[in-house]
Write a protein that binds this ligand. Structure first.
Ligand SMILES: [Fe+2]
Ligand SMILES: [Fe+2]
Length: 274
């Protein structure tokens, strides 16, 4: 199986473009899966540069509804009109980031919502439970919030007045079973990266975590959360940790200090083979 980072906050080489967002191209077991779409501004350019044919997309998995993960949906479905889309029903909720009393919409953009609405029922899969795309590829469904040191990672609200915190119930991860353990793709880890990995292990009879790739959303994490997250990650003994997107530089530095060469920060253009 092969995973290519199509969209990230950083680009790995000339010709590739960056934006705040995430998209992973997964080729596994004869399937082509797009995990998140970025905002939509750089996806097609980077796919072309990397030799990825978006027209062969069989499934689009949306990790959660934020604009930086769903904004490219309309473009992908225009290129791959037969693709199936998977996500939690809360994807489509209006949602905001509220800081110092100022609200900014961070919901799924209107063209993406319209593209979802145009999909026939047979190709739109609303998930409120764990789900398997095949015997080796699955989606976590909603992730239980079990740790006492993880939270959604920001001032996310369902209303612009900031009265109703957004539980990000839609947050989900994708897992792949490889011969040497589980490879886990995360969007922003709003459920907490430790909660996510432990949940995925439970869904797979306690198999080892081989790799985790995606946004860990630790930019606002205080020292306690950071330290406990890194300790828990260390206990899971992944061979490869690929922090991308919204992980945050401080957290990436701390991960590298603790886990050494197993940590390889992701950029657009990076490919991982398992
Ligand atoms: Fe994000
Ligand atoms: Fe997010």
């Amino acid at each position: 199986m092969k995973i290519t980072i199509l969209v990230d906050d950083r680009a790995g080489r000339a010709g590739l473009r960056s934006e705040h967002g995430l998209a992973l191209w997964i080729e596994a077991g004869g399937r082509n899966i797009l995990f998140d779409t970025g905002q939509g501004g750089v996806l097609e350019n980077n796919a072309r540069e990397l030799g990825v044919d978006l027209e062969t997309t069989g499934s689009v998995v949306l990790s959660h509804g934020h604009y930086d993960h769903t904004g490219g949906l309309a473009r992908v479905l225009r290129r791959a009109p037969g693709a199936h889309v998977y996500g939690h029903p809360s994807l489509v909720l209006p949602r905001y980031s509220v800081q110092a009393g100022v609200a900014r919409s961070i919901a799924m953009p209107v063209p993406a919502l319209a593209a979802l609405q145009r999909l026939p029922e047979t190709r739109l899969h609303w998930l409120q439970q764990p789900f398997q795309l095949s015997d080796r590829i699955g989606l976590s469904g909603p992730i239980p919030r079990a740790t006492d040191y993880e939270d959604s990672g920001g001032s996310f609200c369902l209303d612009p007045g900031g009265r109703h915190p957004d539980p990000l119930d839609d947050d989900l991860a994708l897992w792949l079973r490889s011969p040497n353990g589980l490879v886990v793709c995360v969007g922003c880890s709003h459920a907490g990266v430790v909660n996510t990995l432990r949940h995925v292990r439970r869904l797979n009879q306690g198999q080892k975590i081989r790799a985790v790739i995606g946004g860990f959303h630790l930019g606002n994490a205080g020292p306690r959360r950071l330290q406990r997250t890194i300790a828990a990650l260390g206990q899971l003994e992944p061979d490869r940790v690929v922090p991308c997107h919204c992980t945050g530089d401080t957290a990436i530095d701390a991960l590298r200090r603790a886990l050494g060469k197993r940590v390889a920060p992701g950029t657009a253009g990076m490919t991982l083979q398992f």
